[in-house]
Design a protein around this ligand. Structure first.
Ligand SMILES: Nc1nc2c(ncn2[C@@H]2O[C@H](COP(=O)(O)OP(=O)(O)OP(=O)(O)O)[C@@H](O)[C@H]2O)c(=O)[nH]1
Length: 316
């Protein structure tokens, strides 16, 4: 008898589209009358995307990264969730943009869990519009190249996302690079906003028994991530134009930003997403405090806060 819960792991660099795909998967599963549970692992100290998943069974894991600091927490919370919620019939896990999915696989194959969960697929999102740049901008950082490579090589399905943001020539280059390192049996699906066919998305592509992580990939080292997440919160309504140009002006160090912002123009609270140099705003009916989570490499909190003050907080 096999009643292990199917698990899908979503991996991919910061802003590549994991949450976008996760939402599609949730909608699909719920449409089938299933009861999905989620594990979201955010880098910042607050999960600003919470409102997207209000009705779900969710374990939030903040302030860390599944792969190094809270792997054990994930394991014990998951055991607890599965004991408490006998009705969960599919589990979706989204790692942070800098998680090594192999470590998530490692946690899921722990003796306490292995009999309860059945990994279906490691779905790797690639931001096609930024793949080449990330490799070249960070040429000096071996860690980033290693991280991107780990995510691609561990994936059993690659989703090349953000196809709307690049031309054919660049696309060919990205495909060639990814083809070069991915698993031979991992197909590539091309997408815009994660619009991948559900048969492709939900196919079982992972065989727990054929991957021996213990021998190959587990390292008990304390590596430091080259990324940080900074939170700036409780600021006044800002000018929309200034906010955009401030974000664009941080191009050097800022890879990703998200949070809640209020604009002087209409005094409405927006949930914002900033990735690939693009700002997306969704108006909310909520009184949440404004906050910004900035994710990037070698961020200087003081410099960022004071520059934010200068450019955005000034009310003229
Ligand atoms: N233009 C464009 N934008 C996209 C596409 N897919 C996702 N986005 C946007 O990119 C931003 C980041 O997408 P998410 O799904 O939140 O990415 P993520 O991988 O979960 O990001 P992290 O939380 O940083 O790990 C959002 O504003 C999305 O709406 C796409 O195909 N094209």
């Amino acid at each position: 008898m096999n009643n292990r819960i199917p698990v899908f792991i979503l991996t991919g660099f910061l802003g590549s589209g994991k949450t976008t795909v996760l939402k599609r998967m949730l909608t699909h599963e719920k449409g089938l009358g299933k009861n999905p549970a989620l594990i979201l692992n955010e880098l910042g100290s607050e999960n600003v995307e919470k409102e997207l998943f209000e009705d779900e069974s969710m374990i939030e894991m903040l302030n860390g990264c599944i792969c190094c600091t809270i792997q054990d927490d994930m394991k014990s919370e998951l055991v607890q969730l599965l004991n408490m919620r006998q009705d969960v019939d599919v589990l979706l896990i989204e790692g942070t943009g800098i998680a090594n999915p192999r470590e998530i696989v490692e946690a899921l194959t722990h003796p306490d869990l292995i009999d309860q969960v059945d990994i279906q697929s490691v779905i790797g999102l690639v931001d096609a519009s930024r793949y080449l740049e990330y490799q070249s901008i960070f040429q000096s950082s071996k860690e980033i190249r290693v991280m991107l490579k780990q995510q691609v090589t561990s994936s059993t399905l690659i989703i090349m996302n953000k196809m709307d943001l690049l031309d054919d020539k660049k696309m060919k280059k990205v495909i060639a690079k990814v083809e070069d390192i991915k698993r031979k049996d991992a197909p590539i699906a091309f997408s815009t906003f994660g619009d991948v066919a559900t048969e492709v998305l939900f196919a079982k592509r992972f065989q727990t028994e054929t991957i021996n992580l213990k021998e190959n990939t587990h390292h008990h080292h304390h590596h430091s991530h080259p990324f940080q997440a900074l939170k700036i919160s409780g600021f006044e309504a800002v000018s929309k134009g200034k906010f955009k140009s401030w974000l664009n002006g941080q191009e050097q160090s800022l890879v990703r930003a998200k949070g809640y912002v209020r604009f002087q123009e209409d005094d409405t609270l927006y949930s914002f997403q900033y990735a690939s140099g693009q700002l997306q705003l969704i108006p909310l009916e909520s009184n949440s405090e404004t906050c910004m989570i900035l994710i990037g490499s070698d961020l200087d909190q003081n410099a960022l806060t004071s520059s934010f003050d200068q450019f955005v907080r000034q009310i003229h």
